[in-house]
Ligand binder design. Structure first.
Ligand code: FAD
Length: 122
């Protein structure tokens, strides 16, 4: 009985897909199921926070991810065309002084393919 059964991952959101990529990186086969039949149309990932970027860095995904989007280095808050405040993300600790935004959710298919192509063959 040396057959490797795939790990069953229930849910193809960011948590499930990250788990799948990590298991795959260590040669462990996975099977992913989700109760949704189709991928979501609108992305919830408007901005990716530095902590996630550190994880992507550990996974070897960061350079390719950054090539597909924008580094947001600050946020300006407006009310009725009047600038109220600026949040300067340069002040964040660590070496990721930005949040990240994929350029367009219209590129989502391309982004997904680029990510899955990267290293893991899954
Ligand atoms: C409007 C909105 C905007 C957001 N914007 C951002 C943002 O800009 N940046 C950011 O970092 N985060 C953002 N988030 C948060 C982000 O979407 C969540 O943190 C993230 O989706 C959580 O991932 P998850 O995989 O744990 O759960 P989910 O994304 O909820 O995925 C769970 C998956 O499991 C499936 N599932 C559940 N139960 C079952 C079952 N019994 N059987 C089979 N499948 C099942 C679901 O269909 C789903 O696909 C936003 C969230 C919302 C709602």
């Amino acid at each position: 009985m040396t057959e490797k059964l795939p790990v069953l991952i229930v849910g193809a959101g960011p948590t499930g897909l990250t788990m799948a990529l990590e298991l795959n990186r260590y040669g462990i086969p996975v099977r992913i199921i989700d109760k949704q039949i189709k991928p979501v149309v609108h992305s919830n990932a408007l901005a990716v926070q530095p902590r996630t970027l550190y994880v992507w860095n550990d996974m070897g995904l960061l350079p390719e991810a950054l090539s597909l989007g924008l580094k947001i280095k600050g946020l300006n808050l407006y009310s009725k065309a009047k600038k109220l405040a600026r949040i300067n993300l340069d002040l964040l600790e660590g070496n990721m002084h930005f949040v990240f935004r994929f350029i367009s959710t219209r590129n989502r298919k391309h982004n997904d393919q680029a990510f899955t192509r990267k290293k893991y063959n899954c």
